[in-house]
Design a protein around this ligand. Structure first.
Ligand code: ADP
Ligand code: MG
Length: 242
């Protein structure tokens, strides 16, 4: 589903990604972890073509991002992305937030978009809040709406960048529950997260990044179950969290 091939990226003179490669298969849940500043957000944004890269290629559903002929907005519309800060439109109701991109980007009728949006809202357990504005919801509820909004676009893959990091601790669980449910339903997911409970429970693979490089890319049980076989950096990281 996603092939990241020897991707390097610079911000000016600063090389933020160095020769990053990995493959994410259909239905796979891959957790990306590593210290702050290691390039996790940058890598996940390149997959959605929100950040350009200067070397290598990323192929999403057989479409090459390095190919200048690729219609990036169209591709982006098929890749769901949920950020740390739930970027809902504050002046639009929950239902309007759920329908806007479906109508504007996918060209769906308002009726069709509403039906699809409300179905996704039900999936995250928030049907009762459909007419509220984001400011009337808790952070956890807003993040669940953001997930529903992404799902309403029928994404072929969902990218998460620390979706629970900005939440009060008591709200982390409700968002992780939605992510676990998605994973169990077979959604292809690439998740930057520090929630190692989630990683241990539902991920298939773990990628560990350090200083812009993919240092580890291995099966979940290998990553967590065999820390002595890990690189020194990953071993340090694991020692702190396990
Ligand atoms: P992470 O998500 O792992 O914390 P990031 O991908 O956000 O890491 O950042 C990786 C490195 O790139 C950091 O050193 C950060 O300061 C730098 N960086 C991120 N965004 C930019 C930018 N727009 N311009 C310049 N440097 C950036
Ligand atoms: Mg980040």
């Amino acid at each position: 589903m996603i092939e990241i091939k020897n991707v390097s990226k610079w911000y000016g003179n600063f090389q933020v990604l160095t020769d990053c490669s990995t493959t994410i298969n259909k239905g796979e849940v891959v957790v990306v972890c590593g210290p702050s500043g290691s390039g996790k957000s940058t890598l996940i944004k390149t997959v959605n073509a929100l950040e350009p890269f200067q070397k290598g290629d990323i192929v999403v559903d057989r479409i090459s991002l390095a190919d200048p002929k690729t219609n990036l907005p169209k591709l982006r519309s098929r890749v769901g992305m949920v950020f740390q800060h739930f970027e809902l439109f504050p002046h639009l109701s929950v239902t309007e937030n759920l329908t806007l991109a479906q109508v504007k980007v996918l060209g769906r009728s308002l009726d069709e978009a509403k039906t699809r949006g409300l179905k996704m809202l039900e999936r995250v357990g928030l049907t009762a809040h459909k007419d509220k504005f984001p400011g009337q919801l808790s952070g956890g509820q807003q993040q669940r709406v953001a997930i529903a909004r992404a799902l309403a676009m029928d994404p072929i893959v969902m990218l998460f960048d620390e979706p629970t990091s900005a939440l009060d601790p008591e709200m982390v669980g409700e968002v992780l529950d939605v992510m676990v449910q998605l994973a169990n339903e077979g959604m292809t997911m690439m998740c930057v997260t520090h929630e190692m409970g989630f990683a241990r429970k539902v991920s298939h693979r773990v990628i560990f990044m350090d200083a812009g490089r993919v240092i580890e890319d291995c099966k979940r049980d290998e990553f967590f179950g065999n820390p002595d076989a890990r690189s020194p950096r990953a071993k340090d990281f694991l020692a702190k969290i396990l």
